[in-house]
Design a protein around this ligand. Structure first.
Ligand SMILES: Nc1ncnc2c1ncn2[C@@H]1O[C@H](COP(=O)(O)OP(=O)(O)O)[C@@H](O)[C@H]1O
Ligand SMILES: [Mg+2]
Length: 273
């Protein structure tokens, strides 16, 4: 079971869009996938067509009330795609857990008993490095960082990499940044090319070859409660996420053949300059 956190504390970098559409294409290719919406804004939940106010059990209940993931998750419109949803009460989890010992490993422990129930678990993280994100970082073995190809895109990456390094040293030695995804890419814009060059210089072969192009259909799909697969299957957005998933699955085969990709050195904190 591959457990991947999609993280970038910068809002609007394409986390939710990536979690939803990557999850959808993984499940279309026969993988059994669980998406965990760890953002109190519940965008992944809404994107998949659910109304957060009608949700009975959510990831909040797993973290605060200790109910099992199986009891709280729901099936989406796709056969192999499941969701552990979010709703606004998740925002108070941080405060409610303040006196709980081991509050940063609750999600890890909740996932522990499902060794092979899913092929992939993808976690959509909130735009902060608080207790919810820490729960994601201790629960996964891989991290995908989506980076929007724009001027401020690289701000905050140093802090993120330092946080991951501390988690790796203190709590979760298995964790690696295994993929960097360039989102909202427009090859006509010089700034996009500059961002891409800087990101490739630092993250090297961790950067997925597939760039997610800027595509209005990707931005429209959430308000229809649909993934790009049903909303606009021929759009650039669909083509790009399909390509990304092909790369992810290819990486899986490589791993099985023990061709380990070189991990990103976490001690060299990212220097945007
Ligand atoms: N490739 C893209 N092209 C155009 N708009 C996009 C693309 N990816 C995401 N968006 C839009 O940009 C906004 C931020 O994306 P989102 O995935 O919600 O980011 P995050 O979860 O990191 O805050 C959303 O309105 C989303 O629909
Ligand atoms: Mg989001």
């Amino acid at each position: 079971m591959k457990k991947i956190a999609v993280i970038n504390q910068k809002g609007g970098s394409g986390k939710t869009t990536t979690v939803v559409n990557t999850g959808a294409y993984l499940s279309l290719s026969g993988k059994k996938v669980l998406l965990i919406d760890l953002d109190p804004q519940a965008h992944t939940t809404i994107h998949l067509g659910f109304n957060p106010s009608e949700i009975k059990k959510s990831v909040y209940d797993v973290l605060v009330n200790e109910i099992s993931i199986e009891d709280a998750m729901v099936q989406t419109k796709m056969k192999n795609l499941f969701l552990l949803s979010s709703k606004i009460d998740l925002a108070s989890a941080e405060i409610e857990l303040v006196n709980t010992i081991g509050r940063e490993i609750i999600l890890r422990d909740a996932l522990k008993k499902y060794k092979n129930l899913f092929d992939y678990v993808l976690i959509d993280c909130p735009p902060s490095l608080g207790i919810l994100t820490l729960n994601a970082l201790t629960a996964v073995n891989e991290i995908f960082i989506p980076i929007q190809a724009e001027f401020f895109a690289l701000e905050g990456l140093t802090k993120l990499i330092q946080t991951i390094k501390i988690i790796k040293e203190r709590i979760n030695p298995d964790i690696e940044i295994s993929g960097v995804i360039i989102t909202m890419y427009d090859q006509r814009k010089n700034i996009c090319k500059e961002v891409l060059q800087k990101v490739e210089k630092h993250f090297k072969d961790k950067v997925f070859k597939t760039k997610i192009r800027e595509n209005v259909r990707l931005a429209e799909a959430p308000s229809f409660g649909q993934t790009i697969i049903t909303f606009a299957p021929n759009s650039y957005g669909a083509i790009d996420y399909k390509g990304l998933v092909r790369e992810i699955i290819r990486g899986e085969t490589h791993e099985k053949n023990r061709i380990r990709q070189r991990p990103v050195k976490l001690d060299n904190a990212y220097n945007p300059g």
